[in-house]
Design a protein around this ligand. Structure first.
Ligand code: HEC
Length: 189
């Protein structure tokens, strides 16, 4: 009996601590109950779940910071957002190293914040597949598809937004497609 309980809790904690990915733009909060939104987690951004309370989870978000901006980027030197915070939110960016890209230093950081348990998945592949479908089906209606590699990670958001209104892509999926395009841009491996 005792070993069974142990095995179960080991299993539970394994799934609790495995990487999870936001499926949509998710509000971030300072604690487990507050309704005040202090930031946003972007679709496909990876988080680590640290604990669970009620309908919320405390997550750790890692990435890079650019010149003290209240945001966490996926890689150093490119504006691919993992999360963005209200400048007055007072969240603590824990620094654990830095990276230099084109002579500019980017701090490696992590932040903890609360978010609702919903709209998180352990499998990111279907999210990228959905984004790729939305992009290739909607962006080839009036002209040939402009491939992912035509633009850089920093160029894609404004390029996509200038065209998205002409498509049937649901507004709630814009950020998902943008993340997909940026992560597959010409200056990404
Ligand atoms: C309803 C028709 C239509 C749809 C749908 C459409 N486009 Fe376009 N696109 C155009 C037209 C027309 C132009 C020519 C320039 C203009 O009108 O702005 C263009 C131009 C472009 C260009 C060239 C711009 C430049 O400055 O060289 C790119 C890149 C592009 N579209 C990407 C996209 C993407 C990405 C999507 C999907 C989000 C998309 N388009 C969906 C009509 C469309």
């Amino acid at each position: 009996m005792f070993t069974r309980v142990l095995t179960l809790s080991a299993l539970l904690s394994a799934s609790l601590f495995a990487g999870q990915y936001a499926t949509t733009v998710k509000p971030l909060y300072a604690d487990a109950t507050s309704k005040k939104v202090i930031g946003k987690l972007l679709p496909t951004a990876e988080v680590e779940i640290l604990k669970e309370e009620g309908n919320r989870v405390l997550v750790s978000i890692s990435g890079y910071q650019d010149a003290g901006k209240p945001a966490i980027y996926y890689v150093a030197g490119k504006r691919i957002l993992n999360a963005g915070f209200d400048g007055k939110s007072g969240v603590e960016f824990k620094k654990n190293g830095s990276e230099i890209v084109d002579g500019k230093t980017y701090e490696k950081v992590s932040v903890t914040a609360w978010t609702d348990k919903t709209d998180l998945t352990s499998d990111v592949a279907p999210l990228y597949a959905k984004a790729k479908d939305l992009f290739s089906q909607n962006c080839s209606m009036c002209h040939g598809l402009h491939p992912e590699k035509e633009f850089s990670a920093n160029q894609w958001p404004s390029m996509f937004k200038s065209m998205a209104g002409r498509t049937g892509i649901d507004k709630k999926d814009y950020q998902l497609v943008i993340e997909y395009l940026q992560k597959n841009a010409k200056d990404m491996q």
